[in-house]
Design a protein around this ligand. Structure first.
Ligand SMILES: [Zn+2]
Ligand SMILES: [Zn+2]
Length: 166
């Protein structure tokens, strides 16, 4: 079960001292975060390192996060995994009139929505098991990373009408 509020940060001290900053290193598990062909597994910790900085509009969060993604290779359909790593730079404010801003209270800010969104936005849309994956034979389905097959080069429908002319 997912523990509550792992990315909650007390900000009372920063807010009482304009211009002050605070560094945070947080780690949490958010449950499965998924896009079509890749996900952050449900028990996979996500690490966030960031500086919280009081600015005129609210608190600016600048840092980076990393975790591990898993998925299915888009070419050979075998399991794939990799590192999800991304920089973050987002604004938190108490009053929100802009969808791009995250909400905080007077004393706390919850970085979980930021972590959630950054993971979702940076999961690969077309994951590969390795950059040079050879994929499956379109004729017999053999995994060309592991075996070769004796199929003819596949007929490309774009050339079919040309061969009729011969
Ligand atoms: Zn592959
Ligand atoms: Zn084949």
């Amino acid at each position: 079960m997912k523990p509550k509020k792992q990315f909650l940060v007390e900000i009372g001290v920063i807010r009482r001292h304009p211009g002050s900053r605070r560094e945070v290193r947080l780690e949490g598990v958010l449950g499965e975060l998924a896009v079509s062909f890749a996900n952050v597994p449900e028990d996979q910790p996500i690490f966030l390192e960031a500086v919280l900085e009081q600015v005129h509009e609210g608190i600016l969060v600048t840092g980076s996060l990393h975790t591990v993604w898993r998925g299915e290779c888009g070419r050979c359909l075998m399991p794939a995994e990799g590192i999800l790593e991304t920089d973050v730079r987002e604004l938190y404010a108490e009053k929100i009139d802009d969808e791009m801003v995250y909400k905080m209270t007077a004393d706390t800010m919850d970085l979980e929505p930021l972590v959630h969104d950054a993971c979702i936005l940076n999961l690969p849309l077309s994951p590969l098991c390795k950059p040079d994956c050879k994929g499956l034979c379109p004729a017999c389905g053999a995994n060309l990373n592991e075996e070769s097959c004796n199929c003819e080069a596949p007929n490309d429908p774009r050339w079919a009408s040309l061969s009729l002319l011969k």
